[in-house]
Design a protein around this ligand. Structure first.
Ligand SMILES: [Zn+2]
Length: 150
């Protein structure tokens, strides 16, 4: 049986699973228990930052900026939304967040991730909120260690 490795985050997929399976599992856990929604923004951000080709190059830079604001500066998502309302309003910006054929996000320096979606799943739904916070911190540390901060 061939071993499948995620080309983006580098995790080894168990048979029949992909990182997308984990993403949907995390969304399911959030829908199941509303208190878990408080880390939804971090979950979506970490998942995309570890699968950068889902972003355009500008979108990736924007994502790194958001992670820095959340993790390093402790800024609340509501505050970010207020500050960036004008900037990211699609009518006002001349760049796209999501990948296009001619622009896919990639890091200037390869990042070695110490925690991934599969680790969040392995710890279980009961530890979800703390796992996501730890995931965000570890993703920030990994991006910083690889000197990709903008
Ligand atoms: Zn992956």
């Amino acid at each position: 049986m061939a071993t499948n490795v995620c080309p983006e985050c580098g995790v080894m997929w168990q048979e029949g699973e992909t990182c997308e399976t984990d993403f949907h599992q995390m969304l399911f856990w959030e829908h199941e228990e509303s208190s878990r929604w408080e880390v939804h923004h971090l979950m979506v951000l970490c998942y995309h930052l570890q699968h950068p080709s889902l972003y355009s190059q500008d979108g990736l830079a924007n994502g790194i900026g958001l992670l820095t604001a959340f993790v390093r500066d402790g800024i609340a998502p509501s505050e970010i939304r207020r500050r960036t309302k004008e900037k990211v309003n699609s009518k006002n910006r001349d760049w796209k967040i999501t990948a296009r054929p001619d622009s896919k996000g990639a890091y200037g320096h390869p990042v070695i991730w110490t925690m991934r979606a599969t680790d969040v799943i392995a710890r279980g739904a009961d530890h979800y909120v703390e796992s996501i916070r730890e995931w965000a911190q570890s993703a920030y540390d990994s991006i910083q260690a690889a000197e990709n901060l903008v």
